[in-house]
Design a protein around this ligand. Structure first.
Ligand SMILES: Nc1ncnc2c1ncn2[C@@H]1O[C@H](COP(=O)(O)OP(=O)(O)OP(=O)(O)O)[C@@H](O)[C@H]1O
Ligand SMILES: [Mg+2]
Length: 270
């Protein structure tokens, strides 16, 4: 079932700066997609278009086959976004207040709130920090609370807009682990991961590459990362393992993209 569809969407800023030019694609319910592209290629703009923070200059967007615009509050309630800066996303005075705030906004019965709050904080491994103030948390912990606050709202679509780019490697890993957990959850939340980190692309089943105001690639990350010529054309550096295997293959080693790093190491020693 189609969740989102874009039909001939263009976005032009200031009547002259074309960011997206006549883009069409759809996203099915439950898909896990990444969006990559150089700085300024329009990734965040695309995220804002889908969540209807902005309207397209041309074209139309559909949610479950129904055309929607900024004024469709009921449809927009299905969307959430996690942003880059962990410090700009806290609303509550404590971790549990932060999750509660969104629930209050959605007029959830106060009696049901403690259970929802505990469940979501458990999912992001932040239950032990329930009473903590935001300024006592690390960046990765703050992002995890932001994720809990979003998923508590029963969203159909959650967009991560470079949610790990300001985190240290530990925080990055913490957020990646939560994304892995969300992928396995029963409720089919659709995830879009906008990123510069190619390892994060490997968490997804489909990657869109934005280049020259278009979607220049739409397919499996694995097929993209194995294709040296395509990577060159799109100006993308693949994840470490793909780069390594490509180089070793050229040097005559019998390695394969499916090998683990350990078996690659063993093959080199042989
Ligand atoms: N509100 C705005 N008004 C005018 N121009 C804008 C606006 N927002 C973004 N732009 C421009 O549109 C282009 C695309 O910006 P966008 O933020 O979508 O890129 P991005 O791919 O998310 O980049 P980054 O990787 O740096 O986050 C850029 O050239 C940017 O300067
Ligand atoms: Mg951006």
């Amino acid at each position: 079932m189609k969740l989102i569809e874009l039909k001939n969407v263009s976005l032009i800023y200031n009547k002259k700066d074309v960011v997206l030019n006549n883009i069409s694609f759809s996203i099915n319910e439950g898909e896990i997609i990444s969006i990559i592209g150089e700085n300024g290629s329009g990734k965040s703009t695309l995220g804002k278009l889908i969540t209807k923070l902005i309207e397209p200059t041309k074209g139309e967007l559909f949610f479950k086959n129904k055309s929607y615009s900024i004024s469709n509050e009921e449809i927009r309630k299905n969307f959430g976004m996690i942003f880059q800066n962990p410090d700009n996303q806290f609303i509550g005075n404590t971790v549990e207040d932060d999750v509660a705030f969104g629930l209050e906004n959605r007029c959830i019965n106060p009696k049901d709130m403690p259970k929802i709050i505990d469940e979501k904080l458990n999912l992001v491994d932040m239950i032990n920090y329930k009473k903590y103030q935001p300024n006592l948390l690390s960046g990765g912990q703050k992002q995890r609370v932001a994720i809990a606050s979003n998923i508590a709202l029963n969203l159909s679509l959650l967009i991560f807009d470079e949610a790990t780019s300001m985190l240290d490697p530990k925080g990055e890993l913490e957020v990646s682990n939560i994304i892995e957990k969300l992928k396995k959850a029963d409720n089919k939340m659709t995830l879009i991961i906008i990123t510069h980190n190619m390892e994060e692309v490997l968490l997804t089943n489909r990657v869109l590459v934005l280049k020259d105001q278009k979607i220049s690639y739409d397919g499996k990350p694995d097929d993209l990362f194995k294709n040296e010529e395509l990577l060159k054309t799109l100006n993308i550096n693949p994840p470490f393992k793909y780069e390594l295997v490509t180089k070793l293959k050229k040097a005559g080693f019998a390695v394969d993209f499916n090998d683990s790093l350990k078996s690659i190491k063993d093959k080199i020693w042989q």
